[in-house]
Design a protein around this ligand. Structure first.
Ligand SMILES: Nc1ncnc2c1ncn2[C@@H]1O[C@H](COP(=O)(O)OP(=O)(O)OP(=O)(O)O)[C@@H](O)[C@H]1O
Ligand SMILES: [Mg+2]
Length: 474
């Protein structure tokens, strides 16, 4: 990519005055004293800390400027800046605060900090780390915040910030040119299936179809693997599609870093744990998947299937549980190849437990922007001569930018029909009804996780009532 065409993201840098710097120094000392005297119990809430800072500033400024009155606005502003300086992320704090940013990338000290903006794509900021020490200090303070360490012995840090953002830091010798830090920002307001339809990541037809299959009318809920490249939006799609799970299911989610935000009431969230400093206490994905089977789940959701947990998950799927997961791969066939080879090593015969492989793609435009599409939905329809058979049912057409239904019969629909005693026509009618509900949400701009979830929940309780209400409102 040519540097000249990367747009600029400017952070307004505000320097402290001489007096403000002195106050900040005093403030820090006070806090250190407080932290020492309260020991491990020191856990100030942000709000309380802000209040304390403001009171401190009020007293100190009035002491020194007996005759001049400082404005409330100035006090508020300075207290907030101090708070960010004390508990924030220093130089990059304002980037962390900006919800429009998807990713923050620090690739060394001789280059500017890059960000990926949700609307403008890749951007170059006017921030740069002066030397390796400064960047190391930031990485170290992040590591401390999350009770982890990064050093010569373990030079890679993978973790989650308090606000849910995912971070990855590396230091030499693994990153030869100096420390690096990548922050995938947590979305406070996650994308829902309605957002994904609006942004054309999935189509209304596909959403209606998947809603019926994921629910399976209570007789057969579909299992799905969402596959794609790095940052293609797999977790987001998985999260959005989870809204279709019947609210009476007991769900267990298992992740390396908590990312999923499933709106259902009955969810148990589990997170893996790395070994401690003595190399003990590690809890792997596989430990947690095994454990989840003792918790009588209806649905197991594995954030990212990567290694030994795959076989445990597939055992669960083959014994009547339902499951979802994401996996790194470039197409449906490769998904199976990866699952059946080292280190996952799932026997081919077990792969048949998956109903759908949903491929997610991130497509880059020449201007550095990108968009995401579900590029293919394939059904696993059985085995022939030892090879898993796939049936492509939806495919993205890049020329028209539409997701097309490329197969008349769906194996999953046939299974639901035969188990529920309904005809395929009746199932299609039900899909149409669910599309009416989705369309209604699009038209009424019902899109937040809570709102979408409550409409879906109502539909599960009393579908006819929801449909009647929508039709009356037309
Ligand atoms: N359909 C979408 N439209 C717009 N933004 C999206 C979409 N899907 C994901 N994103 C954004 O892209 C970023 C990466 O998404 P996500 O974490 O879902 O990707 P991923 O494929 O799971 O990544 P990884 O490979 O790191 O696990 C997030 O900031 C997310 O908000
Ligand atoms: Mg992911």
């Amino acid at each position: 990519m040519n540097n000249e065409i990367i747009p600029q993201y400017n952070v307004i840098k505000r320097e402290y005055s001489h007096n403000e710097k002195i106050l900040l120094g005093e403030m820090r000392e006070n806090l250190v004293d407080l932290a020492i005297s309260t020991g491990e119990n020191f856990q100030a809430s942000e709000e309380k800390l802000l209040n304390d800072i403001r009171n401190f500033l009020f007293l100190r400024i009035n002491e020194t400027n007996e005759n001049t009155n400082v404005s409330n606005e100035y006090l508020d502003d300075l207290s907030r800046r101090f708070l960010r300086d004390i508990i924030g992320y220093g130089k990059i704090d304002s980037l962390i605060q900006d919800d429009e940013l998807e990713e923050i990338m620090i690739i060394g000290t001789d280059k500017p900090v890059f960000v990926y903006h949700r609307e403008y794509g890749m951007m170059k900021t006017n921030l740069q780390f002066g030397n390796e020490g400064e960047l190391r200090d930031l990485i170290d303070s992040i590591a401390r915040q999350i009770n982890r360490r990064i050093d010569q012995e373990s030079p890679i840090l993978d973790g989650r910030l308090i606000d849910g953002s995912r971070i990855n830091a590396t230091i030499p010798p693994v990153s030869a040119d100096g420390p690096s830090l990548t922050i995938r920002k947590f979305r406070r307001d996650p994308l829902t299936v309605i957002d994904l339809i609006n942004s054309r990541t999935i189509s209304l037809d596909l959403a209606g179809f998947l809603w019926l299959c994921i629910d399976g009318l209570g007789v057969k809920s579909a299992n799905a693997i969402i596959s794609g490249g790095t940052s293609s939006g797999k977790t987001t799609t998985l999260n959005a599609l989870s809204a279709f799970i019947n609210p009476n299911e007991r769900i267990i989610t298992i992740e390396d870093t908590l990312e999923l935000q499933i709106p259902h009431e009955h969810v148990i969230r589990m997170e893996t744990r790395p070994a401690n400093v003595e190399g003990k206490g590690e809890l792997t994905m596989n430990d947690l998947v095994k454990n989840s089977l003792r918790q009588r789940p209806d649905r197991i959701i594995v954030g990212e299937v990567r290694a030994g947990e795959a076989i445990t998950l597939f055992t669960a799927l083959n014994t009547g549980h339902s499951g979802f997961g994401t996996l790194h791969s470039n197409d449906a066939r490769e998904t199976i190849t990866r699952l059946t080879n080292e280190p996952m090593s799932v026997p081919e015969i077990m792969i048949q437990a998956i109903d759908f492989i949903i491929m997610q793609n991130r497509i880059y435009t020449p201007s550095g922007m990108s968009f995401r599409r579900v590029s293919e939905v394939a059904e696993v329809v059985g085995m022939e001569e030892g090879t898993v058979q796939l049936n492509k049912i939806f495919q993205w057409n890049p020329e028209r930018d539409t997701i097309e239904n490329v197969c008349i019969t769906s194996h999953t629909l046939e299974q639901i029909a035969s188990l529920s005693g309904k005809t395929i026509t009746e199932l299609h009618h039900e899909i149409e009804n669910r599309k009416i509900v989705l369309k209604h949400m699009i038209n009424q701009d019902i899109r937040s996780v809570e709102d979408v979830n409550s409409v879906i929940e109502l539909y599960y309780k009393n579908p006819q009532k929801v449909l009647n209400r929508i039709i009356l409102n037309r």
